[in-house]
Design a protein around this ligand. Sequence first.
Ligand SMILES: Nc1ncnc2c1ncn2[C@@H]1O[C@H](COP(=O)(O)OP(=O)(O)OP(=O)(O)O)[C@@H](O)[C@H]1O
Length: 365
Amino acid sequence: MHVTRLELRHLRRFPELRLDPAPGLNLITGDNGAGKTTVLEALHLMAYGRSFRGRVRDGLIRAGDEALEVFVEWQENVARSGGETRTRKAGLRHSGQDWAGRLDGANVAQLGDLCAALAVVTFEPGSHALITGGGESRRRYLDWGLFHVEHDFLPVWRRYNRALKQRNALLKARARDAQLDAWDRELAEAGEPLSRYRERYLDLLQARFGLLLCELAPALGQSRLEYTPGWRRDDMSLADALLLSRERDLGAGYTSIGPHRADWRVAFENLPGREALSRGQSKLTALAALLAQAEHHDEIQGEWPVVALDDLASELDRHHQGRVLARLLASRAQVFITGTDLPPGLPPEFPVHRFHVEHGAVARL
Ligand SMILES: Nc1ncnc2c1ncn2[C@@H]1O[C@H](COP(=O)(O)OP(=O)(O)OP(=O)(O)O)[C@@H](O)[C@H]1O
């Protein structure tokens, strides 16, 4: 899949901006504060419904404006049609309170519909949190992959989250057992398959992740991805676990166990745990996880997601940059890289499409 047009309005410093990227490697340069990251942020916003730099109400909308708008047009392979492509278009308007989305000319009821249509893998300065941060980003990682490769996943995910919201509201209101029984059943019926999807997906990434990490950070040795379901699944069903935790949950006012508490971790042969990773090593581990996901997407969907690498040169040394870029070039993925200059790890023979951001505008070099 590759983006052919990206337009944004009232996003951070830009009143408006349009970028017509090429397939392959797109390099966006500019001075500090020029707005390079904002361009990737716009793409990420469309693909995830959120920024990687905080909430919309925390300054994503340009000062003095009411709402931001992003428009993306992209080409994607039509699955199993022998190389046929189609053009897709999505638009998003966000005021901080309300949002409205359009996909291929029609309004969408859920932001998730946009996220499921446009696949973007983003690696940015905060991406090490995937390995060293809290479990939410790791659950989101699994769910993102599943949205894109498993058609039946989204309804299960929505059903689970709706049931969780209802159960939590009832717990807060200290509802009666009969009411809670119904939502426990619903939560368990959605939560069991949700958990199996996630575990199987992580398992499918296992081999690719191991190879990528060996290539990117050989000193870390062998590694394994390990899943924890969020309740003692080996001992009991989710329905039983919910019943067992009901008293405690009524006291706390929220559901303390279940797939919304699931997590995964990387177990290293040569290290006691993630705490022993250097910052650079945790970045490389996160990158291996993201690239494993992108490769898997390619295997299932027949094409790579768009890859957005923010400030690559400050994240990786030139040796690692070179390896990552060589791998991406071989994949034929569309890649966006931002930086104040050409990344030092970029081999001179690489074909690159260059853009420069300056004074609130972008120019093709
Ligand atoms: N809500 C806002 N309204 C107006 N301007 C904003 C707003 N939020 C951020 N900005 C400005 O927009 C720009 C955002 O820059 P961005 O982080 O995209 O730059 P960059 O080129 O990636 O910079 P760096 O190289 O320093 O990482 C900055 O100049 C910032 O001051």
